[in-house]
Ligand binder design. Structure first.
Ligand code: HEC
Ligand code: HEC
Length: 307
């Protein structure tokens, strides 16, 4: 062995030592992230749940309204049209998510629900026992008015009894570690639980009603509709687009309500290319009034009225 190969060998040994230390450090970081995650998932979220008067199962108007909300606000994507549960993400990298059966039936998670439990899960993202829900975007549903929440529950409770499937929440290690460190948050952590329930606004093509509809876009597009990477989403998901004004806002492509309606119905941009990830199965069910109001709201954000 000459002097230079000896030096190289020493460097290699030292390099391997440094690498080993780095690997051990990384493992320790992930491990503590997982410990934190377990603790967070098991924490109790105390919510002062405001009671909502549920509707009788014979109140057809409410059930029809509830059916519309269930079909258009995303519930279908994760719980299935019959409320029997449904797989939402099944990613080869280990991310698996399925919403549980919520329709009536002996195996349903809602079988023993008291009225306030519906409010706690849907509006606050908290299980009846006080643990946080992991996946369900309750931050999108926190602003449901009492009437709409009661209508939604009336529809779910009026579904035919079924033999459904339980929830699946399998998160890959990195996602759990990021959750442990608070980079990814559950809905209960994002919601201001002390906010009083939303005051109803009349349904119509108005900015105020559009803002109400836009609540269902917040979980993916961000609280300010600023867009960006969807926290906890699979790595191959594109970032959510910026809907708020500013650099890179996509709203220039959607100058009129018709173009947004076509996006929701077809899942394609005006140039015909497909848009990914968006829950079009639900979005295509949004009524014309709701889309027009939503569009009006998004446009007026682009050029807020001068005060
Ligand atoms: C992105 C998927 C997704 C959407 C959208 C969604 N849910 Fe869920 N939901 C879940 C998952 C997953 C669970 C299991 C708990 C969790 O999140 O860890 C759940 C749990 C529930 C539960 C039971 C909680 C329990 O265990 O006691 C109810 C009730 C419920 N959802 C109602 C709804 C309603 C109503 C809507 C529409 C307004 C909706 N969900 C939209 C994914 C979703
Ligand atoms: C489950 C997550 C999710 C929800 C819910 C969601 N979006 Fe998106 N949205 C995305 C993602 C991701 C993209 C980027 C898709 C791509 O680049 O292919 C996107 C893109 C868009 C675009 C740009 C399309 C284009 O021309 O490139 C618009 C407009 C849009 N969303 C509007 C909305 C509105 C309005 C709502 C609520 C009614 C909504 N989205 C709800 C995830 C979501």
């Amino acid at each position: 062995m000459n002097a230079s190969t000896g030096r190289a060998a020493r460097w290699l040994r030292r390099g391997a030592g440094v690498l080993l230390v780095l690997v051990l450090l990384a493992a320790a970081v992930v491990w503590s992230g997982l410990q934190l995650a377990d603790r967070k998932m098991a924490r109790r979220v105390d919510v002062d749940v405001q009671p909502v008067a549920l509707r009788a199962l014979t109140d057809t108007a409410s059930i029809v309204r509830g059916q519309y909300l269930y079909a258009s606000r995303g519930c279908v994507d994760c719980h299935g049209a019959n409320g029997g549960g449904r797989t939402f993400i099944d990613d080869p990298n280990g991310l698996r998510v399925a919403g549980p059966q919520i329709a009536p039936g002996s195996a349903s998670v809602t079988a023993a629900y008291r009225p306030e439990d519906w409010v706690r899960t849907i509006r606050h993202g908290v299980h009846p026992g006080g643990r946080p829900l992991m996946i369900m975007p309750s931050e999108d549903y926190n602003r449901f008015t009492d009437d709409d929440l009661a209508a939604l529950v009336a529809h779910i409770r009026s579904m035919p009894s079924t033999q459904g499937t339980p929830a699946v929440v399998d998160l890959p290690l990195p996602v759990r570690a990021l959750y442990g460190f608070g980079v990814i948050q559950d809905a209960a952590a994002k919601i201001d639980h002390t906010r009083p329930s939303a005051a109803p606004v009349p349904e119509g093509v108005s900015v105020a009603h559009g803002a109400y509809v836009a609540n269902m876009c917040l979980g993916c597009h961000g609280a300010q509709l600023q867009g960006g990477k969807i926290p906890g989403g699979p790595p191959d998901w594109p970032p959510a687009s910026r809907l708020a004004p500013g650099d890179g806002s996509v709203m220039a492509r959607y100058a009129d309500a018709e173009s947004m309606m076509r996006l929701f119905k077809t899942g394609q941009r005006p140039d015909g290319t497909p848009v990914r990830v968006m829950p079009f199965e639900s979005l295509r069910e949004i009524s014309e009034t709701d889309v027009r109001a939503l569009h009006l709201f998004l446009l007026q954000q682009q050029s807020p009225p001068k005060s």
